[in-house]
Write a protein that binds this ligand. Sequence first.
Ligand SMILES: NC(=O)c1ccc[n+]([C@@H]2O[C@H](COP(=O)([O-])OP(=O)(O)OC[C@H]3O[C@@H](n4cnc5c(N)ncnc54)[C@H](O)[C@@H]3O)[C@@H](O)[C@H]2O)c1
Ligand SMILES: [Zn+2]
Ligand SMILES: [Zn+2]
Length: 393
Amino acid sequence: MKAVTWHGKRDIRVEDVPDPVIQEPTDAIVRMTTTNLCGSDLHLYEVLGAFMDAGDVLGHEPMGIVEEVGSAVTNLKKGDRVVIPFQMSCGSCFSCDLQLYTQCETTQVRAHGTGAALFGYSKLYGQVPGGQAEYLRVPQAQFTHIRVPEGPPDERFVYLSDVLPTAWQAVEYAAVPDGGTLAVIGLGPIGDMAARIGLHKGFRVIGIDLVPERLQRARERGVEVLDLTEHGDGLGDVVRELTDGRGPDSVVDAVGMEAHGSPVNKTIQTMASLMPDFLAGPMMEKAGVDRLAALYSSIDMVRRGGTVSLSGVYGGAASPMPLLQMFDKQIQFRMGQANVKKWVDDLMPLLTDDDPLGVDTFHTHALPLSEAPSAYEKFQKKEDGYVKVIFKP
Ligand SMILES: NC(=O)c1ccc[n+]([C@@H]2O[C@H](COP(=O)([O-])OP(=O)(O)OC[C@H]3O[C@@H](n4cnc5c(N)ncnc54)[C@H](O)[C@@H]3O)[C@@H](O)[C@H]2O)c1
Ligand SMILES: [Zn+2]
Ligand SMILES: [Zn+2]
């Protein structure tokens, strides 16, 4: 089959790889009909190469049609239409009983001390072949699927794999009080959708980014937008001016470790991405090579006693954090990968023909898999209006 494979920093190829087969009774094989590119893929493209091997298949936002199921998968059959969550979870362990599906004890990657295995997401998360391919092997398929109805186009449902539950969890974790104000830092797909969900829930939403068309998309939906390139270091003051001098009740950081505006850490990250894996791996894991501009903005901007919700992905164990300010302001923090299936019942009623969250028109580019190399490049450089790419294998 054709698949999108990683070969090195900014080196993505489309190659023939062996078709996946059932390996465990709990597996299923799904034929991909739509499979997305995500901001999280850009971390593999740029800074997490130490945890990748040449030929690893990328992708974790897939949907399609079940082709085959293992003997233990009694709740799926050939022909079913399914979205596959980006994490694999068993549905019946201690963590899954708590709906902490990203911490599933059956799929946890203990060799790296990380949580549930993720599709197409490096050795840190199990090195499981991903969904930017014609077919996907789904481990723990008895639970790792979301059945969706026939009829509407894939675009209606495919974001249940990641964008929708991630943005929903970001806003839930932000604990915005009734009638309160939510600031969303970063208006890529995740921040854009978190802003839409914030508006849908009746909050005032302030959105911040530096890419003109991303600001424009959010503005069109009723978000008050601020351009980082205009406000820079004064951003916190500008946001406080808009919020009675206090700052927003809650802030979602939807940027993560490749934030613009932190040159020192950028240098360390670039060094790590050029080093041999055996040196770069420990450096990326332990040395705190993050670029923390967006996180620092969140801490600065949130009102005293407010909540910061991190959905942007951070790495590094020695990241310098402004603990005095965090303690003094009595800030609450919540974070983590989205527990996808926890939020499906909240989201499904919003995926109707009147499309309150605008999912049908959310993608900016629908492309064949063969265009993956240029799509990664343009999405990373934010060129030609690339915001959300969906592939049609
Ligand atoms: N928690 C989860 O489960 C989960 C799931 C999916 C994605 N993510 C993470 O969420 C983040 C966003 O994903 P995405 O798909 O929207 O990616 P993206 O890279 O398209 O979006 C990031 C946005 O942040 C903007 N930005 C960069 N620096 C900024 C700064 N200092 N201030 C304000 N804006 C800034 C960029 O212009 C861009 O629009 C990534 O870190 C991704 O890994 C987390
Ligand atoms: Zn994703
Ligand atoms: Zn589990």
